[in-house]
Ligand binder design. Structure first.
Ligand SMILES: C[S@@+](CC[C@H](N)C(=O)[O-])C[C@H]1O[C@@H](n2cnc3c(N)ncnc32)[C@H](O)[C@@H]1O
Length: 212
């Protein structure tokens, strides 16, 4: 068991890589509800809401159940199919779209809040710049990004994200309202397979406002 390869390890930021993870594993992030920091600030997450990289929709559905108008996008078709099925089962009206987050900059939609629970940290370099430009495009002026990202612990896939890298990525036209370390939860099925792998994990949780 100890030699088994972790599905997260070297997971490529490609459609094929994530499609395989959803098809063949219990993704560690797939907990069926928002990570705790989103719940703590739920009152601040106002409609319309975009959940970027929504996975199987646990976070989107939580906010829809509170009455928010939510759109969830992910580029993995299977994940969106699961999210739509959950919405149907619960009688919740959520728009789930198969969409590449790299195309946000070409989208004619605007949101007051964007949730990013584990997407930003996948990107580096040009992809990161392009994604952040896309976020600025879809957020209304004065709107807020709620960002949950790997911290700079080097053991995270890709080496994590430092505080300075976050400030640099959002240096132009953005204002940090808060940036703190926060805990998180792991999918119990993943935890059963890989006990303790993400025990006591810490992530960044930031609230970042798009300037007027
Ligand atoms: C770490 S998972 C988090 C999923 C979800 N936010 C959650 O908390 O359960 C990252 C998600 O981003 C999606 N993703 C990665 N790159 C993407 C892209 N370019 N466009 C859309 N979704 C993407 C993956 O398919 C995956 O569902």
């Amino acid at each position: 068991m100890e030699n088994r390869e972790l599905p997260m390890q070297d997971a490529p930021s490609t459609l094929a890589g994530f499609t395989k993870i959803y098809a063949e594993t219990n993704p560690p992030w797939d907990i069926g509800k928002p990570q705790p920091p989103f719940i703590a600030v739920a009152d601040q997450i106002v409609s319309p809401v975009l959940d970027a990289g929504c996975g199987t929709g646990g976070t989107s559905l939580f906010f829809a159940a509170r009455g928010a108008e939510v759109t969830g996008v992910d580029f993995v078709e299977d994940a969106i199919r699961s999210a739509r099925a959950k919405a149907d089962e619960r009688g919740l009206n959520v728009e789930f779209l198969v969409k590449d987050a790299m195309t946000l900059g070409e989208w004619d939609r605007r949101f007051a809040s964007v949730i990013d629970s584990g997407l930003f940290h996948i990107y580096a370099g040009d992809e990161r710049r392009r994604y952040v430009q896309g976020l600025a495009h879809v957020l209304e002026p004065g709107g807020r990004l709620f960002l949950y990202s790997f911290n700079d612990d080097a053991s995270w896939p890709g080496g994590g994200v430092s505080r300075q890298q976050l400030y640099d990525a959002f240096s132009d036209g953005w204002e940090f309202e808060s940036l703190e370390l926060a805990g998180g939860e792991v999918n119990p099925a993943f935890e059963a397979e890989f006990p303790g792998k993400f025990a006591d994990m810490k992530m960044w949780f930031a609230i970042i406002r798009r300037k007027e």
